[in-house]
Each structure stands twice: as structure tokens, then as C-alpha cells.
Design a protein around this ligand. Structure first.
Ligand SMILES: [Zn+2]
Length: 162
């Protein structure tokens, strides 16, 4: 999952790009998830990263829209990043997905239409909503809370001794 120290700019309206533009801007993994409704490997590197992330916000890797925060994060044990509620409901759209021979509810970014994952409800999780937003971490950008509060201009990546 990509991590940024500064929150991306929130898109003001719909973000529409051609397939070629998306391909150019996104990493192959991001493109596969967001634009081809791909699913990342469960219990993979991204999930491990997610489990160890502290407070912060999760933005769409395609357009920067705020989607989730660590407040709604919970450990469902399913192998993918899970949240019980979107941070900004207007940035998340739900639609019926009848692929794979069963009806599921797909979660997409309202701003750019990128595929994020699926939402399942009534599974018995002890959360305020009893919903599990099962999200591909690879389609998100994580912004740690600390760096957002402290906009210091001293990046420590300046020693390039190569
Ligand atoms: Zn988006």
C-alpha cells in the first residue's frame, strides 16, 4: 500500500480519465484493482502492512478522495483490510455485483469510479454497523495521522549516498 506524508487534495467533482491516462498514472497493481476490479492476494504483504499501521486516513489511490480512517478499521481476520464504515459516505458508492455467480455489493469510489472491494453485512462482527467493508489495500493510499498534524518541511530522505 502506498503511504504518503501529506493528504492528497480532495477532488471537487467527478474524476474522469481515459484508460490510457489511468494506466500511466497508476502502478500496475493499483490499475488492476481500481480499473479492472481486481482482487489482491489475501493475507499478503498489503494486509500485513495494514495491520501494523497506526492512526491515519485512507484515500483512493486513483483520485485522492478520503474513503476510510483508522477509526473505522477493525480486524476481521478475513485477510483483507476491513472497515466497518466509510469515513465520508459521499465518497463511497455501493452497487450490485452479480459476477462470480452470486450477488454481492461492490464498493466503488464515488469520485473516480475505481473499484475498492465489497461490503458484507450481518456477519456478527462486534462493530457499530455489523458491516465489513472488505477493501483491497493496494487501491488505497495511507496517510499517517502524525505527519498530517505536523507539516514540517524537513524530509529525512535527503542523504542519497549511492
Ligand atoms: Zn477515487
Amino acid at each position: 500500500m502506498e503511504t504518503q506524508n501529506k493528504a492528497p487534495e480532495e477532488p471537487t467533482g467527478k474524476v474522469v480519465k481515459t484508460d490510457a491516462e489511468w494506466k500511466k498514472e497508476l502502478t500496475p497493481e493499483q490499475y488492476h484493482i481500481l480499473r479492472e476490479a481486481g482482487t489482491e492476494r489475501p493475507n499478503g504483504e498489503v494486509y500485513e502492512e495494514f495491520k501494523h499501521q497506526g492512526e491515519g486516513s485512507y484515500h483512493c489511490a486513483g483520485c485522492g478522495a478520503l474513503l476510510f480512517t483508522s477509526k473505522e478499521k477493525f480486524d476481521s481476520g478475513c485477510g483483507w483490510p476491513s472497515f466497518y464504515d466509510p469515513a465520508k459516505a459521499q465518497n463511497v458508492t455501493l452497487r450490485e455485483d452479480a459476477s462470480l455467480g452470486r450477488v454481492r455489493t461492490e464498493v466503488i469510489c464515488s469520485k473516480c469510479g475505481g473499484h475498492l472491494g465489497h461490503v458484507f453485512s450481518g456477519e456478527g462482527f462486534d462493530t457499530p454497523t455489523n458491516e465489513r467493508y472488505c477493501i483491497n489495500g493496494g487501491g488505497l493510499v495511507f496517510v499517517p495521522a502524525k505527519s498530517a498534524e505536523k507539516p514540517e518541511e524537513k524530509p529525512e530522505e535527503s542523504d542519497q549516498k549511492s
